[in-house]
Design a protein around this ligand. Structure first.
Ligand code: NAD
Length: 222
């Protein structure tokens, strides 16, 4: 049996970025797009675009570029977004509530179906369609409902416990907003989100060049 190909995080991020661009230009009525145009819109080089896409298949038509609809369908499948991933949020505070209330996640393949907290004053209240449930029920709920993704929006000190509940409930993908590393078993993927790092990138840009606008590309150049 052949071993799975290793695709870097930065490649996956660029695929997400291409998909967003394709959605936008398709809604503007564009049917074909060149690697040069995709590169321009994504702030990359056309060689990078061609390299990324050729890794997954032969999508382009020589001299014509890519069919926007076909490439969008292909990238949607490659990213696993041709289905809806059931998602739960742990921590119904400011951030958790904002995430649950964001209406676009279901359109992007993520349905937030459950929210869990420890604060007795919040339990039983609703955010959108979700009733806030006690975190002690998280493991059973995740197992019963076949939840795929867990979002941690608890204070730092509670994040590992939240991750443990998610893992025990069979969840293999965690988006962690709490500012700490999580200890999870092999086979569980954790993505950390830290807006401060993004802001520091902006701070760097305006410090480096106070007069000339600077564009910083996200992701490395592999
Ligand atoms: P908050 O205090 O408003 O909300 C935290 C919620 O978690 C509360 O409802 C609390 O009752 C609940 N909670 C506490 N212990 C819990 C446990 N053991 N199990 C389940 N729920 C529990 O905090 P916030 O402002 O929403 O921030 C949430 C987290 O996100 C913090 O860790 C914060 O540092 C982080 N944060 C990260 C970013 C980022 O860019 N990554 C940005 C903002 C906030």
């Amino acid at each position: 049996m052949s071993s799975p190909r290793k695709v870097s995080d930065s490649t996956v991020r660029r695929l997400s970025s291409y998909l967003r661009i394709l959605r936008d230009i398709q809604s503007d009525g564009t049917h074909t797009v060149s690697s040069e145009r995709l590169a321009e819109l994504g702030g990359l080089t056309s060689a990078q675009v061609r390299k990324d896409l050729s890794f997954f298949g032969n999508f382009g038509v020589r001299g014509r570029g890519y069919d926007v609809g076909d490439l969008r369908t292909a990238l949607t499948g490659i990213l696993g977004l041709d289905r809806t991933w059931k998602t739960v949020v742990v921590g119904a505070g400011r951030l958790g509530s904002a995430l649950i209330s964001y209406p676009e996640f279901p359109n992007q393949g993520f349905a937030i179906v459950g929210v869990f907290d420890v604060d007795p004053s919040k339990l039983g209240r609703r955010i959108g369609d979700c009733e806030i449930r006690p975190v002690q029920e998280l493991r059973d709920y995740a197992e019963r409902e076949s939840i795929s993704v867990g979002i941690i929006a608890t204070p730092r000190v509670a994040a590992q416990e939240a991750a443990d509940h998610l893992v025990a409930g069979g969840i293999r993908a965690i988006l962690n907003f709490a500012p700490m590393a999580l200890d999870v078993p092999p086979g569980v993927t954790v993505r950390h989100v830290n807006l401060a790092i993004e802001l520091e990138g902006l701070s760097f840009a305006i410090t480096e060049s106070s007069n000339v606008p600077t564009t910083i590309e996200t992701g490395d150049a592999d």
